[in-house]
Design a protein around this ligand. Structure first.
Ligand SMILES: NC(=O)c1ccc[n+]([C@@H]2O[C@H](COP(=O)([O-])OP(=O)(O)OC[C@H]3O[C@@H](n4cnc5c(N)ncnc54)[C@H](OP(=O)(O)O)[C@@H]3O)[C@@H](O)[C@H]2O)c1
Length: 236
């Protein structure tokens, strides 16, 4: 039975990953900050015959990430660094809250680095050996297509965190290749979640169905690349 570890698993895209992988019979390790408050996640786990387990972790807490990794002794086929935070659109130049930027970087950039580091041995001993970073077109320096909104200002905190995450993918891919671990960035599209907002084009089920299809065919040959949920390669 293949296994997947997902951060930010209590709502949004993380919860949809849990729904879909558990429905397909995968072993699912669902990590979130407050498992006792994760009602839907607990309901899924309760009917999973032990295949879905909940794990408490704040990815911005390095020691907590390391402590969790030490309690888990099983292979992880796909590690999904999904937990993320974003600031409000109106927090632009002149109104930057540096304490908030620090928190966003800790969650969106340092967190995935710490999780990837702590869980690399688990991924290494699996069959699939795939690490995934949930990135965003808003972190792309190259994507200036119409509608990409990247030529516009604002969103300094989120954009810089995801641009940094993209670089993390590139460097981890190089350093983990010898261990047979593939590392890719994955853009889910604009999705209706608390973060994506009510006017987003995609529903979580549509996005994650497409993302899982792409993940299903990624191997070490694809390491160090960035993909959109459509399967197209995404410009850095
Ligand atoms: N939705 C979109 O349109 C879109 C587009 C591009 C990329 N993405 C990326 O996709 C990922 C999931 O986004 P989403 O739309 O599902 O967001 P969301 O609905 O806002 O959910 C965010 C998730 O991240 C968790 N989280 C935040 N900070 C955390 C921390 N320090 N430690 C552990 N968990 C933490 C939240 O947990 P709590 O409930 O505890 O806060 C929640 O489970 C993010 O990385 C996001 O940047 C989303």
């Amino acid at each position: 039975m293949p296994s997947v570890f997902i951060t930010g698993a209590n709502r949004g895209l993380g919860l949809e990953f849990v729904r879909q992988y558990s429905a397909d019979g995968w072993r699912v390790l669902a990590a979130c900050r407050a498992p006792d408050k994760a009602t839907t996640l607990n309901e899924i786990a309760a009917t999973s015959d032990g295949k879905v387990t909940l794990h408490a972790v704040d990815v911005a807490d390095r020691a907590g990430v390391q402590a969790l990794a030490a309690t888990i002794d099983e292979p992880i086929d796909i590690l999904i660094n999904n937990a993320g935070q974003m600031e409000a659109w109106d927090e632009g130049f002149g109104a930057i809250d540096y304490d908030k930027w620090d928190r966003i970087l800790r969650t969106n950039l340092f967190g995935p680095a710490w999780v990837s580091h702590a869980f690399a041995p688990h991924v290494e001993k699996s069959e699939r050996r795939l690490m995934v970073m949930m990135t965003s077109g808003l972190g792309s320096l190259a994507d200036n297509r119409d509608g990409a909104r990247n030529p516009a200002g604002k969103l300094y905190m989120y954009r810089s965190s995801k641009a940094g995450l993209n670089m993390l993918v590139s460097k981890l891919a190089a350093d983990l290749k010898d261990r047979g671990i593939a590392v890719i960035a994955m853009g889910p599209g604009h999705v209706q979640t608390d973060m994506g907002g009510p006017t987003a084009k995609l529903q979580p089920a549509e996005s994650i169905t497409a993302v899982r299809k792409v993940l299903g065919s990624r191997t070490i040959d694809h390491t160090g690349r960035s993909y959109f949920y459509t399967g197209d390669e995404y410009p850095w």
